[in-house]
Design a protein. Sequence first.
Length: 123
Amino acid sequence: MTLAIAILLAAQIGGKPISGGNPTPGTPQPEPPVVADRITVTGCVELAKGAPPSKIDGDEITDSRYVLTTVATPSKVQYRLAAIESQLSPFAGAKVEISGEPKVSGSNVLRVEFVQRLAARCR
């Protein structure tokens, strides 16, 4: 009896293990981040002026909904944030630290990789 169960389990476990590559055929995977290009900025996350309605695809990366305005003085810099809605919506109105890569070198569009809330409200 025990041998029969062991044989049945071995037959079910079988199959070819995935070795490297994309585990979901047909689904492109993003390029790995380039750590040398990563920047970290501190500022306030806000809805962008003229942002599209919130009824957008929650899995689609967009850079037209949220902006981060740095809190550095004397000059403030504004970045458009490229991320999915659920990654940034909890931080709207908060002071945050965001790490990411410029979408294009030298651009003001930042591909968001990490967000950390520093304060509930931006002052």
